[in-house]
Design a protein around this ligand. Structure first.
Ligand code: ADP
Ligand code: AMP
Length: 214
């Protein structure tokens, strides 16, 4: 099973992708994570992407399509993958279709996580993750069970994203409405789009997604 999770920044794509991937033995493919890794490694792609990401803009289609094309060829994707943060533009969606066709793979569902704009800033500015295993948390909505200790791996080190500040969030929302929101129309017209209420709590959103997948 291969899925796309659509939604504004902070809607809960990563949170849900992590849960669904674990349950179904699928791979979570986050272009944002891959780009952050490239920036950290100081690779050529990372150097090109860094300033765009810091400003809340979109990295070029050419770069992200290249990254995804290579990644879905890896053996671990054979069991199914969840795209989280890709595609983000109409050309990326068209390229994905061509790519999947050429590799004999299918797209089984496109699920939009719908969240009120007013909730997004609060979700993003409270987000943090474990520095060791990467699992995601929120100051208010998903704190660690024991303060300062990761539930999953026990690490006591956490990180916050450089672009998770109020000013950059506004730019990311602009990029979303300008470039990414049209994708809901694109997939609706292809009879692929399903929606879930992303304002519900995390477990309830997962239940809604599971209901679509079954
Ligand atoms: P995205 O991947 O769409 O940018 P995330 O999955 O990282 O969003 O979620 C953003 C923040 O909101 C995280 O800190 C996460 O813990 C929190 N969050 C995710 N889903 C919900 C929800 N349904 N209710 C409240 N907070 C949520
Ligand atoms: P995310 O982790 O999904 O919030 O992405 C973080 C940042 O990475 C975005 O604000 C963009 O700058 C960049 N990015 C991630 N995915 C894409 C994509 N598919 N197309 C263009 N830029 C992307």
């Amino acid at each position: 099973m291969n899925l796309i999770l659509l939604g504004a920044p902070g809607a809960g794509k990563g949170t849900q992708a992590e849960r669904i991937a674990e349950k179904h033995g699928m791979v979570q493919l986050s272009t944002g994570e891959m780009l952050r890794a490239a920036v950290k490694a100081g690779s050529e792609i990372g150097m090109k992407a860094k300033s765009v990401m810091e400003a809340g803009g979109l990295v070029s289609d050419e770069i992200v399509i290249g990254i995804i094309s290579e990644r879905i060829d890896q053996p671990d994707c054979a069991n199914g993958f969840i795209l989280d943060g890709f595609p983000r533009t109409l050309p990326q969606a068209a390229a994905l279709e061509t790519l999947l066709d050429s590799k004999g793979k299918t797209l089984d569902a496109v699920i939009e996580i719908k969240v009120d704009d007013t909730a997004l800033v609060e979700r993003i500015t409270g987000r943090f993750s474990c520095a060791k295993c990467g699992v995601g948390y929120h100051d208010t909505f998903k704190p660690t069970s024991t303060a300062g200790v990761c539930d999953k791996c026990g690490s006591t080190e956490f990180v916050r994203r450089a672009d998770d500040n109020e000013e950059t969030v506004k730019n990311r929302l602009m990029s979303y409405y300008r470039e990414t929101a049209p994708l809901t129309g694109y997939y609706f017209a292809k009879d692929r789009l399903k929606g879930v209420d992303g304002m519900a709590d995390i477990g309830e959103v997962t239940n809604q997604i599971e209901a679509i997948l079954s």
